[in-house]
Design a protein around this ligand. Structure first.
Ligand SMILES: Cc1cc2nc3c(=O)[nH]c(=O)nc-3n(C[C@H](O)[C@H](O)[C@H](O)COP(=O)(O)OP(=O)(O)OC[C@H]3O[C@@H](n4cnc5c(N)ncnc54)[C@H](O)[C@@H]3O)c2cc1C
Length: 438
């Protein structure tokens, strides 16, 4: 680690720790960072009125050790900058989320997935160490096996309510300049699931995700790093990646273009029209769209009847049941499909949920931009169905759980244990308050 980078980092940490140590107010505090948040923007999100702690300068890559294949970075580093820095060394982070400016800190605290998840789980599962600043200004080094192991695990999916991530150490893996994709088209759920399972068992591809265009048109996109490509495509202007999977049998993309093939939206692409993309597509990526939505939230968003944008995790063994029900009761397509290996029984999930689960593979089914019909609350319908199927709904958007119900899914015992150390006065709010209460 460069001494200069280290010295700068130590100064930033000392500044924030001092600010927290001196603070007497018990009013809630939210983080301020440079790049836009990739959570579903909400009109009345309390973070807009909270006092802020300034973390905008926590966006440096502190070290890339190509030999040991590890990277040390501050939480505000966006994955696109990370890939730019590591790929020339023939390395990339594992599980690169598809929106360019998702940050490494947000990818842990807000969870993240992508097409390597069928082997590695989430980005958190590739991390080795976290430096945490507590609400009292203490600075803790947490690893999966030191005295702060539970805090290390509970930072995952904590949505900023446990402590401030100030430095992350994570693994890198070898990469090649191009990705060769094969799009397998299936006409039945059974053959689709059989193919997912066979790739999972054989681990015979570097990447696996999919697009369900309709109940009888299911595409599995498998890919591998390659050194050479006869041609390459990119989907960051006029062409739309998820649509290409409906017609192409194979494709070649430069590795960064593969990572950001969905940056204009996975299945809810903006601008929607060809003309819109022709004139604005070059300038409007997910960051700009989210920034605009945040700025114009009073005009363009509704907290009463928000569109459904959410990731849902299903046990592989219950996926067919879910998809048959979903096609009948929701019927919104396309869907994004991301297989996710159960590499660790996360401490932030209730032990009872893991006890009921035999599956080694979970499947993330992502619904983006579904308009709600009539006066049905489709988020609530999903919450109830997922509990029935032992599935889990991510907390990145709208949540309607009662508090007791919420802690039947999430792990209150572990949560309270770490909060007592990292935020005893609850200035970062609780997970339930932050994700469910408006
Ligand atoms: C339309 C849409 C599509 C998405 N698709 C995907 C996807 O395909 N793959 C995927 O992985 N994710 C996806 N996400 C979810 C997204 O990755 C997560 O919401 C992620 O947490 C966003 O990261 P961010 O860097 O923007 O963090 P933010 O949005 O700024 O923060 C996310 C959460 O993490 C907390 N946090 C951030 N930094 C820190 C820190 N330094 N210390 C403590 N807490 C912190 C924040 O308080 C917040 O609660 C999607 C989200 C949306 C809205």
């Amino acid at each position: 680690m460069s001494t200069a980078g280290n010295a700068r980092h130590a100064q930033k940490v000392a500044r924030v720790a001092e600010q927290l140590r001196r603070r007497t107010s018990k009013a809630p505090l939210s983080r301020q960072k440079r790049v836009v948040s990739h959570q579903v923007p909400k009109v009345h999100d309390k973070k807009y009125t909270d006092e802020k702690i300034d973390l905008r300068d926590f966006d440096e890559i502190l070290e890339i050790d190509a030999e040991r294949r590890i990277c040390v970075a501050e939480p505000g580093v966006p994955f696109c900058r990370l890939v730019d820095a590591t790929l020339p060394l023939g390395l990339v982070p594992i599980v690169v989320p598809e929106l360019k400016t998702i940050t490494v800190g947000g990818a842990v605290a807000g969870c993240s997935i992508e097409s390597m998840s069928y082997v590695y789980g989430g980005f958190h599962d590739t991390c080795l160490e976290y430096e945490i600043i507590t609400a009292k200004g203490d600075v803790l080094t947490c690893t999966p096996d030191n005295e702060h192991a539970l805090i290390f695990q509970m930072m995952h999916g904590s949505f900023g309510t446990v402590g401030i991530l100030s430095r992350l150490t994570f693994r890198l893996i070898p990469a090649k300049p191009f990705v060769h994709l094969r799009h397998e088209t299936h006409t039945s759920i059974d053959s689709y699931l059989a193919s997912i399972w066979s790739h999972f068992e054989r681990r015979d591809v570097d990447f696996m995700d999919g697009i369900i265009h309709s109940p009888s048109h299911l595409v599995l996109c498998v890919g591998d790093f390659v050194d050479r490509a006869p041609y390459t495509n990119r989907y960051d202007w006029l062409k739309v990646y998820y649509r290409s999977t409906a017609t192409r049998r194979e494709d070649y993309l430069k590795t960064p273009h593969y990572f950001y093939r969905y940056d204009k939206g996975v299945t809810n692409v903006h601008p929607k029209s060809f003309l819109g993309r022709l004139f604005l597509g070059k300038f409007l990526g997910s960051s700009e769209i989210l920034r605009l939505a945040e700025k114009l939230r009073w005009l363009v968003l509704s907290d009463e009847r928000p569109d459904v944008t959410v990731d849902t995790f299903l046990p592989f063994s219950r996926l067919k049941e879910f998809l048959v029900w979903y096609a009948k009761d929701f019927g919104h397509f396309p869907l994004w499909v991301v297989p996710y290996a159960r590499v660790h029984d996360y401490e932030w999930i209730n032990d009872a949920v893991w006890a009921k689960l035999d599956d080694r593979l979970m499947i993330d089914i992502a619904i983006y931009g579904m308009k709600q019909r009539g006066d049905t609350n489709y988020y609530r319908v999903l919450e109830e169905k997922l509990q029935e199927l032992n599935g889990i709904k991510t907390l990145i958007s709208y949540n309607y759980y009662g508090e007791a119900e919420f802690w039947q899914i999430f792990n209150r015992k572990n949560y309270d244990t770490v909060k007592a150390v990292t935020d005893p006065d609850n200035i970062f709010r609780t997970l339930y308050e932050k994700t469910c209460l408006r």
